[in-house]
Design a protein around this ligand. Structure first.
Ligand code: DGP
Length: 115
């Protein structure tokens, strides 16, 4: 698969508002925010979708993505009131960028079911 826009954000070829970074994870503000806080949390390795996730191989990485979300939610002051984490997968899931990413959304009341 070709390089996605998120790989170019990881390599700093294109700019992003980066809010968190570790050796394995990067987080930056969504360019088209759907909530007062809308941050994308991504692994630095290229995994196209959540379908490629294997427990034995990726358990640590997934834990790091969720840990990043919790830390960012604290830093953004949305932890106490709660927030939403979303993985869109494939066409029906509404996925546009085929580099695995978790959406962290907060700062307003979320609705259910989602659109
Ligand atoms: P998804 O539909 O789950 O694949 O979400 C992709 C998200 O990525 C979408 O909410 C918009 C965001 N996005 C797309 N291109 C860029 C970009 O160049 N920079 C940033 N910060 N976000 C982007």
């Amino acid at each position: 698969m070709g390089k996605t826009i998120f790989s170019k954000i990881i390599s700093r070829e294109i700019p992003a508002d980066i809010v968190y970074e570790t050796e394995s994870v990067l987080a930056f503000r969504d360019i088209n925010p759907q909530a007062p806080v809308h941050i994308l949390i991504i692994p630095k390795i290229e995994i196209p979708t959540i379908k490629e996730i294997k427990g034995a191989e990726h358990a640590k990485l997934l834990g790091e993505l969720v840990e990043a979300a919790n830390k960012i939610a604290e830093a953004e002051n949305i932890s106490e009131n709660g927030f939403r984490l979303v993985f869109n997968c494939g066409s029906n899931g509404g996925q546009e960028v085929y580099h695995l990413h978790m959406h962290l959304l907060g700062g307003r009341q979320m609705k259910w079911p989602p659109g």
